[in-house]
Design a protein around this ligand. Structure first.
Ligand code: URA
Length: 222
């Protein structure tokens, strides 16, 4: 797959396209059946120049009602452990693999991920963070292009082209499993250590190279 075309851009270099332009392409999306049951599209929230981007699975009930990611119990857990990484909610960006809530919080279906993931891909290209934190299996599988489970991938940082990827447990799953909560917190401390030891990467020029597959941005379906 190439690059999802954003009107007004011939090249979509890192940080060239603004998030509101991607949101405009998403519009009142009807690409999958989730449009029939959603209340709000949950696009993403945070600093468009965030150094660290967090990716979850899909909106839950509260997120669907409020139109914002991670505002329910999982979000409270995330907020409470961000400081372990030396981060605040204001300085990060948060998005999900799916922009609409699956009914009853069921797992995302493959065709839904296929339809929705190009928007996440462009969000990542727009923000161009140094670090992507993938929370849970769907986000991790999409970003790292693997089917390996989170328990085997977490606990270390993965280089993916330009990005450092930190797979970790989903904060909702960790709430149900104290052992995972401890490991989630360990991972956030590891992230804090990394950020402290590595200064921010230079900002690429808006006239920089045309986006290429070598960016290692995940493609839907891989
Ligand atoms: N779980 C997610 O994966 N994303 C949210 O936005 C909320 C809960």
């Amino acid at each position: 797959m190439g690059v999802m075309h954003i009107p007004g851009h011939t090249h979509q270099a890192p940080r060239e396209v603004r998030l509101d332009e991607i949101r405009a392409v998403l519009g009142d999306c009807r690409l999958c059946e989730l449009c029939q049951t959603r209340t709000n599209i949950v696009f993403g929230v945070g600093d468009p120049r965030a150094r660290v981007m967090f990716v979850g699975e899909a909106p839950g009930r509260n997120e669907d009602l409020q139109g914002e990611p991670f505002v329910g119990r999982a979000g409270e857990n995330l907020n409470s452990i961000l400081s372990l990484a030396g981060l605040t909610r204001e300085e990060i960006y948060i998005a999900n693999v799916l922009k609409c809530r699956p009914p009853g919080n069921r797992d995302p279906k493959a065709d839904e991920v296929l339809a929705c993931a190009p928007f996440l891909r462009e969000q990542i290209r727009s923000i161009w963070p140094d670090v992507i934190v993938t929370m849970g299996n769907p986000a991790t599988h999409f970003v790292l292009k693997t089917e390996v489970g989170i328990t085997r991938l977490r606990g270390r940082l993965h280089q993916m082209g330009h990005f450092i990827v930190m797979p970790t447990f989903h904060p909702a799953a960790a709430l149900r499993n104290p052992a995972w909560q401890k490991l989630l917190e360990d991972d956030f401390r590891m992230l804090g250590d990394y950020l402290e030891r590595h200064p921010a990467a230079p900002v690429p020029s808006a006239q920089g190279p045309v986006a290429q597959e070598s960016d290692a941005l995940p493609t839907a379906g891989e």
